[in-house]
Design a protein around this ligand. Structure first.
Ligand code: NAP
Length: 516
């Protein structure tokens, strides 16, 4: 059986105790084990701070971008192998595996391209300079500089490649060394990604370290220039954020957490229109892609009351075409949940939803007779009293599960219902009436990090609301964590410090590179 190793202090570290098992979700068989026992976390931090940090800060944006380009190419060159690992450890179909692995390579490539535009600088001017006194003898310019610490990346189990790469791309481009910690249950893909990236030979020593297993006392040892970027459940985020060391040092802490994302059908959109077809297609994809184990998956579906029965029919019919099973079989379109505890949690979640909703498609239970894998079919529910739907608005069932809710067709009512989710990553609106869409934006845009509009004009191009594109912000308020990732240059800000430089104009401009 494979023993996963950590990559620390420039070497692969293999533990001999404290192992956590990793499983193939399609069969329930153990395929690997991981442990970080024996890792000296203070030494890991010192190595990143004294080797990786100075080396990265010494490189220009263009040089860091060339490095990212090489990393992207390396992952791309190993795509088939990584897809196979993803199937074995994440239970992904080929399409779902590509979403993760090609997403990783694509995000690295995107940031490599962005770096070209930043050129030969090592810091970025922010806006224009401003005269601060009677003459240009006293001038000010804001500047983004690299933080002098480490980026600790703690990732969720569902995106072992993309989750790792999207965070690493931003930190490395900002000039900050990375210590990445994949979720142990699916660390097989991340471990291989790191191996591949190291083999590319472009990463300075100390720029990238990986901890497979527990983080020990790592978080207790962080300082004021360090950054934690966490993705996972809101409960874990709350516990880690409360670490006394992190609070005392005011370590930056970014959270991407649970989200009760909503898809909202505007009034007047019905069968026969391109917008309706897009709505049905998107909702089914966003429920079932990666077996619904996506932070951006649709959990609540708001439709005008007059469209409720039609929506139940159309969505149930489309969900009926989903083939759940072992992704090794090419006819399968949806794989299993990732492990037994996720399966039990999905079953428990549906039971909680049925306190106020009823199941209209699927069973909300493990598929019996499908072998020892963690198979759970698509499950659609309906709650007819949306303002009193209880757990429908706060229980994220991390599987192919969503609940239909009727609203009165008014944008303000839809916005109120979306806001009951307590802050979400994405809200998708399906409609062609700009006045209704504008009314929704005015009443409810602040409750979500991203608004995706599906309309006749976008139906041919829109990739689905679940895609976190590197050009657009990923993150959401409140329950979704309050964090910000990606969004082009916004993604670098977490790892940078904004400072004001003041002095005589020509000197300030020369020092900040504004007059280059
Ligand atoms: P999780 O159980 O909260 O774990 C997330 C990460 O935290 C894992 O790497 C886990 O490591 C680590 N962790 C847990 N306890 C820790 C501790 N005491 N110290 C240090 N690290 C610790 O979440 P998950 O089950 O992996 O992921 C599912 C959740 O993530 C869902 O709620 C989903 O909505 C959310 N998610 C959000 C986003 C987003 O971008 N907003 C994206 C993906 C997923 P171990 O695996 O070793 O326990």
């Amino acid at each position: 059986m494979k023993t996963l190793r950590s990559y620390v202090l420039g070497n692969w570290h293999e533990a001999t105790t404290g192992f956590i098992p990793l499983f193939d979700p399609a069969t329930g068989q153990q395929i690997a084990r991981a442990s970080s026992d024996g890792v000296d976390f203070q030494a890991v931090l010192d190595f990143a701070r004294t080797r990786g940090g100075p080396a990265l800060r010494g490189m220009t944006f263009a040089e860091r971008g060339a490095m990212l380009k090489a990393l992207s190419r390396a992952l791309k060159a190993h795509m088939d192998e990584l897809l196979d690992l993803s199937r074995r450890n994440n239970g992904t179909t080929k399409g779902d595996g590509l979403f993760d692995v090609a997403g990783a390579s694509g995000t690295l490539a995107y940031y490599a391209g962005l770096a070209r535009g930043l050129g030969d600088r090592r810091a970025q001017p922010d806006g224009d300079g401003v005269q601060l006194a009677r003459t240009e003898g006293f001038w000010g310019q804001h500047l983004w500089v690299s933080r002098r610490g480490v980026a600790v990346h703690i990732n969720a189990f569902n995106f072992p490649a993309w989750g790792f790469a999207e965070k690493a791309a931003c930190a490395l481009l900002a000039g900050v060394p990375v210590i990445t910690k994949p979720a142990t249950s699916t660390a097989l893909v991340t471990e291989r990604c790191v191996e591949i990236l190291l083999e590319a030979g472009v990463l300075p020593e100390g720029a990238l370290q990986m901890v497979c297993g527990r983080t020990g006392d790592l978080l207790d040892r962080l300082g004021p220039q360090d950054v934690v970027a966490f993705t996972g459940s809101a409960d874990t985020a709350r516990a880690l954020r409360a670490n006394p060391g992190i609070a005392a040092a005011n370590t930056r802490f970014n959270v991407e957490a649970d989200s009760l994302n909503a898809a909202v059908l505007a009034p007047g959109v019905g069968p026969g229109s391109a917008t309706w077809d897009l709505f049905v297609r998107d909702v089914v994809r966003e429920m079932t892609q990666k077996a619904g184990q996506k932070c951006t998956a649709v959990r609540r579906i708001l439709v005008p009351t007059s469209s409720l029965d039609g929506s139940v029919g159309a969505l149930s019919e489309a969900l009926g075409n989903v083939v759940t099973g072992n992704p090794a079989d090419p006819s399968v379109t949806m794989g299993p949940l990732v492990n037994s505890s996720q399966l039990e949690d999905a079953e428990a979640g549906v039971r909680e939803l049925t306190e106020t909703a009823s199941v209209v498609h699927g069973t909300g239970e493990r598929i019996v007779g499908a072998g020892d894998g963690y198979y759970f079919g698509p499950t659609l529910l309906r709650a007819d009293d949306p303002h009193n739907a209880g757990r429908v608005h706060d229980r994220e069932v991390f599987g192919p599960v969503a609940t239909l809710l009727p609203y009165d067709g008014d944008a303000a009512d839809a916005a109120d219902l979306v806001a009951l989710g307590g802050g979400t990553l994405v809200t998708s609106l399906y409609g062609d009436d700009p006045d209704w869409l504008e009314a929704f934006l005015t009443q409810g845009a602040e409750a979500t990090g991203r608004i995706y509009i599906g309309s006749e004009g976008s139906a041919g191009d829109a990739p689905g609301s679940g895609v976190a594109l590197p050009q657009s912000l990923h993150g959401g308020p409140g329950r979704a964590g309050g964090g910000e990732e990606l969004g082009g240059l916004v993604g670098l800000r977490l790892y940078q410090q904004r400072i004001a430089v003041q002095g005589e104009r020509s000197l300030v401009e020369r020092l900040t590179g504004v007059s280059d």
